[in-house]
Write a protein that binds this ligand. Structure first.
Ligand code: SF4
Length: 483
């Protein structure tokens, strides 16, 4: 009872740190119930520090008991106690020193043995701790899919999967601060891939999280509608759904692939089991069938030896293999909309190319799946996306078909981003001067004005996103002057 507050504090601190990790968000994104996340994901991940704390507590209790008995305040004779034995031996220490040695030795050995036992138990409970050889440097296989590029936009058939209108997000408790994300409106059609592009801090990841209803604490939605067309053709506003309804959609009709494959898989469960749980969270299938499906999915995303990989823990896979496993989990239930949040950022260039080819292959296999591809890498956009929405400081500043935007950008920021992409070995990089403004420094006029070479006095007014050609939009007063 004395040590209970210590345990409570350890568990509380560990839970707070674990719940912020990507694999917990990934569990939420596939619609897992919160109680299940608590018991199946968070509890196993906080077990190791609890076991360590337990061993320390038991050792402290043994020393405490011996100390009290030594002082005559603990165990009452004839009950046995090493503290009592030490007390008794103290009087004959000069004549028979060994009588003092044995109880001290027994006490010390017992405490060391108990700590070693708890260490072994912690290692047994934590698969990360008994990893033998990590697959460092092992790369994923060449993708079995063909190397043809992604299909041209299929948005013209008008089957809209998601329609976002006037989405704005703000830091909670700061009503006078500018919006983090302001007035986002975009449509994603069946089979279409829309790239959200911008530097860090542009609001693209926050927008993706808002679509899944996974905004971090401290961020509020101030306006917007998110009309999602379900498989049965019904249209729902995602922002009007309660949490249980959103859980049913996440991982089923809407899925997300996160940025960090290492942090998005639960380290204490085998990969196949994690995918199978995502399947069983939404479909009434037996665990053996779900595992068989998980293996098929791992095979479909190009993992070699999928039966063995399904039995592996995340730390036994390379970065590219983990990302493939995450993608397998995301597509397990045939989503209508897949949100990929910088899915290649943590990977090296060779694996990046394989993962992009995998996404292109998924689009070919499921031509009705809409995709939002969040990235800061324009080179990837040209390979995977049909449309591009360029974001800056929380606003869309330009949108249009990828080939048209790349050929003739109509916003100075887009033009600067394109100029900053290296094209050859001798190509000179053109860095964009300055930084995305911090929230407190966003100007009421054009948010790009401080870094814009075309800025003029009239840019102190806030530009709206306007038509700048067929199927093109720009948030710049002077888009006709952009070269
Ligand atoms: S509105 Fe003015 S400051 Fe803003 S991007 Fe256009 S030219 Fe530059």
């Amino acid at each position: 009872m004395l040590f209970t507050p210590v345990f409570a504090r350890v568990v509380y601190a560990e839970t707070l740190s674990v719940r912020m990790l990507d694999y917990v968000a990934a569990q939420e994104s596939i619609g897992t119930h919160p109680v299940r996340i608590l018991t199946r994901t968070i509890l196993p991940n906080v077990t190791a520090p609890i076991v360590v704390q337990f061993s320390l507590t038991v050792a402290a209790a043994m020393v405490l008991e011996s100390g009290l008995s030594f002082l005559g305040l603990g165990v009452v004779p004839p009950a046995p106690s090493w503290g009592l034995m030490i007390r008794g031996a103290r009087g004959t220490m000069d004549q028979a020193p060994l009588m003092l040695l044995w109880p001290c030795l027994a006490l010390s050995v017992t405490i060391i043995a108990f700590n070693s036992l708890c260490d072994a138990l912690r290692d047994a409970l934590d698969p990360k701790a008994h990893a033998n050889v990590l697959n460092a440097g092992r790369s994923g296989p060449a993708n079995p899919a063909s190397s043809s590029p992604a299909a041209v936009s299929s948005s013209k058939d008008g089957r809209i999967v998601l329609s976002v209108r006037d989405l704005s997000l703000r830091v909670a408790g700061l009503p006078d601060a500018p919006d983090l994300v302001r007035g986002i409106s975009l449509d994603i059609a069946a089979g279409e891939t829309v790239a959200l592009v911008g530097e860090s801090g542009s609001g693209k990841t926050m927008t993706g999280l808002a679509l899944l209803g996974l905004l971090p604490q401290g961020v509020d939605r101030t306006s917007g509608t998110l009309l999602f067309t379900r498989r049965d053709g019904t249209v729902v506003d995602l922002l009007s759904l309660d949490e249980s309804a959103m859980q049913a959609l996440r991982g089923d009709e809407i899925s997300m692939v996160f940025q960090d494959p290492g942090g998005s898989l639960d380290p204490v469960y085998r990969v196949g089991r994690q995918i199978a749980e995502g399947i069983r969270a939404h479909r009434d299938v037996s665990s053996s069938k779900a595992r068989a499906e998980a293996i098929d999915l791992l095979r479909a995303v190009g993992l070699p030896d999928p039966e063995e990989k399904a039995k592996a823990y995340p730390h036994e896979l390379s970065g590219g293999q983990k990302q493939r496993a995450l993608i397998a989990s995301a597509i397990a239930n045939g989503p209508r909309l897949l949100i990929a949040d910088e899915p290649t950022t943590a990977l090296d260039v060779t694996i990046q190319a394989q993962i992009i080819e995998l996404f292109a292959d998924l689009k070919r296999r499921d031509p009705d799946m809409g995709m939002i591809f969040v990235t800061h890498n324009l080179a990837l956009v040209s390979q995977i996306a049909d449309r591009i929405c360029v974001m800056y400081a929380g606003e869309i500043v330009e949108s249009g078909p990828v080939d048209q935007v790349f050929a003739a950008p109509k916003h100075p920021y887009t033009a600067a981003l394109i100029a900053s992409v290296p094209e050859g070995e001798n190509e000179r990089l053109h860095a964009i001067p300055g930084h995305v403004p911090a929230l407190g420094n966003i100007s009421p006029g054009c948010r790009f004005a401080e870094r814009c070479g075309l800025a003029q006095p009239g840019c102190g007014e806030h530009p709206e996103l306007r038509e700048s050609g067929q199927d093109r939009q720009s948030r710049c007063f002077h888009w006709k002057k952009v070269a």
